[in-house]
Design a protein around this ligand. Sequence first.
Ligand SMILES: Cc1cc2nc3c(=O)[nH]c(=O)nc-3n(C[C@H](O)[C@H](O)[C@H](O)COP(=O)(O)OP(=O)(O)OC[C@H]3O[C@@H](n4cnc5c(N)ncnc54)[C@H](O)[C@@H]3O)c2cc1C
Length: 370
Amino acid sequence: MNIAIIGSGLTGSLAAISLAKAGCTVDLYERLPDEELVDRDRTYAITHSSKKILLKLDIWDEIISDLIPFQHLNVIDYELNEKVEFIVNDLSKNDQKSTAIGWIAIHKKIMLSILKVISNIDNINKIPTSVIPNTNKYDLIVAADGSNSTTKKLLKTPSFSFNYDQLCITSKVLIRGAKSNEAFEIFNSEGPFAMLPLGGDLFQIICSQSFKRGSYNMGLSKPLFLDYLATILPYGVQPDSIIDERKSFPIKFVLNYSFFSGKYIYVGESGHAFHPVAGQGLNLCWRDVKCITNIVSLPFIENYKYLIPFLYSISRLFDVISISILTDFLVRYARSNIRIFVIPRMIIFLFLKKSCLIRKFVLNIMTNGF
Ligand SMILES: Cc1cc2nc3c(=O)[nH]c(=O)nc-3n(C[C@H](O)[C@H](O)[C@H](O)COP(=O)(O)OP(=O)(O)OC[C@H]3O[C@@H](n4cnc5c(N)ncnc54)[C@H](O)[C@@H]3O)c2cc1C
């Protein structure tokens, strides 16, 4: 099968590897040089669903040395003054073998490893251009051109979108009092706050708050921003110093009404972009890749290629919509200080604290999707 992929971000690149390994001939279109693809200051949480995809593609062993595993996930609700700790035993029996709840990946390292894998695969042809390819040449065109997808604009594919009125600030911070194998997701009324381990005392903070507050915090000097962080971090955990320049980006919710248009299918952020809470973004994008590879590998599909976009679109619907509802719920949960919600919040925390089965159920959804 002849396939064009538009965009060589982490989704498009993994799609190229996966489809090429499934026997397709892949033309990978990218407007940026490799150096610019690598030079992005982002940190991802990698879940077990992504591990399984990378294992199946035989590239997990190449990537694992770049990842930072964590064994504890602390979820804290400041409104209730409650904390739940998820540990490796809360994973399914099979996932427990990994001895990690998840892994943290630094964009530069993981992108470099994936580009290296691509350079060793003969049936991937990299084409450096931003021109959308000619459809006639291909059986399928995979649009992996990100949340500002030009393909989507060109084909006028409609989507449902709104702004969260939230600014996400990310930064690398040296922190005292936290273990190097624990991650935090903190719900405070400004918005969700995540702290991901990067090795030793270094942590990535991902801090979402109202636009007004976020813009103000971006203007603070480093010492004053550290003071602000000290007010959010849990008791006994202290920020020491900021070791990079803070970055910020506005948070949008985008969900396409359809994941295909003719021969084009939307994978990754060109089809859906959600709030970074609970670290679902990249993992959901990679599950799109797994889905399209499974469909292209179906034994009868060679004679029914025209069905691929439709099959892909319906197969992805449940997982993508469920994760969109889940992440949206968590943002609203974090920001709601309406008193009537206190009792349901207390019940959720009580169940999570008391029942290993409920923790297993929640963690399984977060790590393997729907
Ligand atoms: C500003 C920002 C910060 C983020 N930070 C985080 C974070 O800290 N943690 C996290 O988990 N997630 C983060 N995300 C989300 C995360 O980056 C994505 O989930 C992940 O990178 C997968 O995206 P993608 O490959 O689908 O799209 P992208 O990474 O956006 O890749 C799209 C690619 O398509 C290329 N392209 C676009 N148009 C064309 C064209 N016409 N022709 C050829 N190529 C084209 C682009 O150059 C780009 O390389 C962030 C997203 C953004 C926008």
